[in-house]
Design a protein around this ligand. Structure first.
Ligand code: IPM
Ligand code: MN
Length: 356
């Protein structure tokens, strides 16, 4: 098969973790006889510095003409405490999601046996947890207008907007995935307070009738935040709106032991994007210490979701699990007396494993 991918390293540790994911992708393609071609694009703070736009047209054209996008991370502290910055790196990520029509962000949460001791939760609670968060990605507070400040600057507002169509398509997608899993969907909202949530719930109550083989439950987001920690194994597919999904998936990552472990697939109308859920970790940039596994696991999702190549994805996952069993891991998941390996050493080990 011919794989034509766009590579967007972004900011901070982005280039280092993407570098390793790309090497693993190359090794897999070599092993399975696929032809890989890739091209780099700029995005985020790097793109602002170079061309003044966090998602330049050239990068968008590259994404549109590729079969998949492998994405690193975005964000630079020089923008974080500067409220007067007119353009921010994160706008690049949001523009990319919107322009590519990536309305669904799939974040699988599952545990690795050799990492369970790293979870702050009790081992018996997290061992075997395996669920999929489906976060709506192009609506809600992130994109609703009006958004802004009053003239005197003392009042600020964001608007949460959802249309029936947006809610319907993400729910249908969630049921589709639930049917491939344990056939349970948890719809997370705040319907006791928010009007948009009441629309979500109404639409979900209509749609659930089309999937009588799937169990549907409704949960308020505050309760869901608690239950994810208290009883993660009760979830199969959890679907929710943009901001709730952002928050709940950072929370869910602690189940696995590290934010550096969770991959994601953003899918929708145009080219799909595969990216770790963590940020650009600027304190570690250039130090070769960041955990590349979430990005390598995102490459596994790319093989599966963008190319329907399941053996390839499974081998990457197996290699990642084996690297952890062998103790070849970065400092965030190393055991107390274990050796801390560098980003590239972890990549080396996984590439060797894949080639074997
Ligand atoms: C994520 C990130 C982004 C988001 C930021 C960087 C804009 O936190 O992908 O989860 O909030 O969506
Ligand atoms: Mn986030």
């Amino acid at each position: 098969m011919k794989l034509n991918i766009a590579v967007l390293p972004g900011d901070g540790i982005g280039p280092e973790i993407i570098g390793q994911a790309l090497r693993v992708t190359e090794a897999i393609c070599e092993k399975f006889g696929h032809e890989l071609s890739y091209e780099y694009g700029v995005v985020g703070a790097t793109a602002i510095d170079q061309v003044g736009n966090p998602y330049p047209d050239g990068t968008h054209e590259l994404c549109m003409s590729s079969d998949a996008v492998l994405f690193g991370a975005i964000g630079d502290p020089k923008y974080d405490n500067n409220p007067s910055a007119k353009v921010r790196p994160e706008q690049g990520l949001l523009a990319m999601r919107k322009k590519l029509g990536l309305y669904a962000n799939i974040r699988p949460v599952s545990t690795f046996p050799s990492l369970i001791h790293k979870s702050p939760l009790r081992a018996d609670l997290v061992d075997g947890a395996d669920f999929m968060c489906i976060r709506e990605l192009t609506g809600g507070l992130y994109f609703g207008r009006p958004q802004g400040r009053s003239e005197d600057g003392d009042t600020a507002y964001d608007t949460c907007v959802y249309t029936r169509e947006e809610v319907e398509r993400i729910l249908h997608l969630s049921y589709k995935y639930a049917r491939m899993r344990r056939k349970k969907v948890t719809v997370v909202d705040k319907a006791n307070v928010l009007c948009t949530s009441r629309l979500w719930r109404q639409v979900a109550q209509e749609i659930e009738k089309q999937y009588p083989d799937v169990e549907t439950e409704y949960m308020f987001v505050d309760n869901a935040a608690m239950q994810i920690i208290q009883w993660p194994k009760r979830f199969d597919v959890l679907v929710t709106e943009n901001l709730f999904g952002d928050i709940l998936t950072d929370e869910a990552s602690v189940i696995t032991g590290s934010l550096g472990m969770l991959p994601s697939a953003s899918i929708g109308i145009h080219t799909s994007v595969f990216e770790p859920i963590h940020g650009s970790y600027p304190q570690a940039a250039g130090k070769n210490i960041a955990n590349p596994l979430a990005t390598i696991l995102s490459a596994a999702l790319m093989f599966e979701y963008a190319f329907d190549l399941h053996e390839e994805g499974a081998l990457i996952r197996q290699a990642v699990a084996a690297s952890m069993d062998a103790g070849v891991v970065t400092e965030d998941i190393a055991s107390k007396d274990g050796v801390k390996h560098s980003t590239s050493e972890v990549g080396d080990w996984i590439v060797d494993y894949v080639k074997k």
